[in-house]
Ligand binder design. Structure first.
Ligand SMILES: C[S@@+](CC[C@H](N)C(=O)[O-])C[C@H]1O[C@@H](n2cnc3c(N)ncnc32)[C@H](O)[C@@H]1O
Length: 246
């Protein structure tokens, strides 16, 4: 696991450049973040890579030969980590709203998980094979209102949960980023119906001030999760609720 000393050199910004207060704050944080520097050195596309490394070191759900679906994959740090672990006999499919620079031996799909057509593309890519692990590091677009961001993300994850009944193999794992805000416990309760072991975990590499944490659900038991026989997770609810401007 990556650890860092607190004696990092504090970098300063060129004070002559005009920047908004928030972009200044973001830049300063990037410049002084040891995980950003380490990601650059280790060749990872994002500091997020260390979160997956930490989570997998602890819960060991990604193994050699595994088939992985990575939702909210851009710029690709988690795909890189997953591909390294699964090796030549496994495969990784990454999905994101944004364009991604190709990653060797990783299949990348562009699309919104709220859109049913991407569900079909994912199913086609897996071509009848089941996934061993479904990862979601998706962050629904922030509107600046913490409660709304939280609810949007929880609805998105509920849709991933339903989708997992079509793709995840019995015994498989579901790992997802959630934001603290009250209803993350509802998702936990739902997951407990169809996974043998469910817990929350905050990696050290996740910024302390961030409300994010990860839900780790292992030992998928599809028969216990109720009726999910419709086509892959319809996202109509999500779109309607989002349009109502909660
Ligand atoms: C924190 S980043 C993921 C970082 C990534 N795990 C890595 O290691 O590089 C969150 C991503 O979720 C994507 N995202 C958010 N909502 C999405 C959605 N509805 N469908 C697909 N991707 C989504 C965003 O475009 C963004 O790239």
């Amino acid at each position: 696991m990556a650890t860092f000393k607190k004696t990092e050199k504090i970098q300063k910004l060129d004070s002559k450049k005009k920047r908004t207060a928030s972009s200044r704050q973001w830049l300063l944080r990037q410049l002084n973040d040891p995980y950003v520097a380490k990601a650059r050195k280790d060749g990872y596309r994002s500091r997020a890579a260390y979160k997956l490394i930490e989570i997998n070191d602890k819960y060991k759900f990604i193994k050699k030969g595994c088939r992985i679906l990575d939702l909210g994959a851009a710029p690709g740090g988690w795909c890189q980590v997953a591909k390294t672990i699964v090796g030549q006999n496994g495969f990784v499919v990454g999905v994101d709203l944004q364009d991604m620079i190709p990653i060797t031996d990783v299949t990348l799909l562009k699309g919104d998980f709220n859109d049913e057509s991407i569900h079909h593309q994912i199913m086609n890519t897996f071509a009848g094979e089941k996934a061993d692990v479904i990862l979601s590091d998706m962050a629904a677009s922030a509107c600046g209102m913490t409660d709304v961001d939280h609810i949007r993300l929880m609805l998105l994850l509920e849709s991933v949960y339903h989708f997992s009944f079509h793709l995840l193999r019995p015994g498989g794992s579901f790992i997802a980023k959630v934001l603290r805000g009250g209803t993350e416990k509802d998702l936990l309760t739902q997951l407990k119906q169809s996974f043998a072991k469910v817990t929350h975990f905050k990696p050290l590499s996740s910024r302390q001030e961030s409300s994010e944490l990860y839900v780790i659900a292992q030992g998928f038991r599809p028969a216990k999760g109720g009726n999910h026989s419709e086509t892959p997770a319809s996202s109509d609810n999500i779109i309607n609720i989002n349009n109502e401007k909660l």
